[in-house]
Design a protein around this ligand. Sequence first.
Ligand SMILES: Cc1cc2nc3c(=O)[nH]c(=O)nc-3n(C[C@H](O)[C@H](O)[C@H](O)COP(=O)(O)OP(=O)(O)OC[C@H]3O[C@@H](n4cnc5c(N)ncnc54)[C@H](O)[C@@H]3O)c2cc1C
Length: 333
Amino acid sequence: MVQRRTGFAVSWHSLSPILGIFRVQPAPGSRFPEYEAGQYIALRRDDCALTRRTIDADGRVRYVPDLDAAGVQRRGPVSHAYSISSAPYQTHQEGFLEFYVVRETDEEGRPGRLTESLFRIEPGRDDQVIYFDRIAGDFTLAKRAAGFPHVLMVASGSGLAPFVSMAKQLDFEAGESRRDGTRYTLLHGNRTAEELAYHRELEAIAAAGRIDFAYLATVSRPARSGHDPSLGQGRVSNLLRVLLGLPMKEEEDLAAAEAAGAGADSARATLAKAVRPTLPSGAPLDALRERLAPSATVLLTCGNASAMSDVQHAAEARGIRFEKEDWKPTLYP
Ligand SMILES: Cc1cc2nc3c(=O)[nH]c(=O)nc-3n(C[C@H](O)[C@H](O)[C@H](O)COP(=O)(O)OP(=O)(O)OC[C@H]3O[C@@H](n4cnc5c(N)ncnc54)[C@H](O)[C@@H]3O)c2cc1C
């Protein structure tokens, strides 16, 4: 039986109002279970604003605030899984687990139950985080990438978490002369430069050259003036399409709408608004394409569901083996 244990958030770093990185330590005298890069753990907070399930007039399931007789939203525990963004060696050395989280909001702008509470964390004050004493998941290099000479990681938003754990661990192991000879390429996309978590750390791993690691970051809302040319532009799935020699998704959608004779105006308007994918300045397109040889590559992706579905489409169009980490909600007691 998996036990619930009490941990404490020891740091909270906001990248933007909707993205944050935090560290949790177990209670003094305890340790987190062993884990591999890419795995997850369930976290819980006890003061979450609760919701209840309803069916609207159109038969759609909706979750609305669960109010008591006085009209006050009930509070209680909510637990969810979170990929671990720290590397196993960091947890060994310093005891903490790190997480990279995005604040959830539903279609009507209401906050997600657990992330609303996580974003209220104040180390030393409101810092209690319950964790389930089991680290699980098969989104690991051993399970998903064994035997492939090249691993292409594509992360949107906080979907970077498993990959940053992998990159840090591989770099650490290479420093101890444990190298596996595999090539790694990581594409990370977020909205703005500020939201590109772990950017400097990943650049440093690539520059150190202890592992064969190419790292490309891109922003979908580039600054109107002063865009840093070392960052790409456009959504990460469109940057992948550039590397694979495919048209932008919006171009493909327009061609499909024209062929079907329906929806072309709206597809054209979407294309007109889309940010054209541009590689970071100096990124060697030919060399990157050479790394991406389909028969030698496995593509691992994690993050936003629509980005992952487009990444899957692009991988399949090029016959690249595709693996993803699904962040489907799981029930915890
Ligand atoms: C393996 C795994 C790893 C993950 N790793 C990360 C990570 O590293 N970073 C990260 O940011 N996220 C991660 N997630 C997602 C995370 O687990 C949560 O789903 C997310 O943070 C939203 O939680 P929330 O409580 O704020 O939102 P919720 O309140 O759970 O709302 C999310 C959706 O759930 C539905 N919902 C609302 N109320 C209820 C209810 N009462 N009952 C049932 N459904 C309801 C609604 O459709 C809503 O839009 C991961 C998920 C998995 C499965």
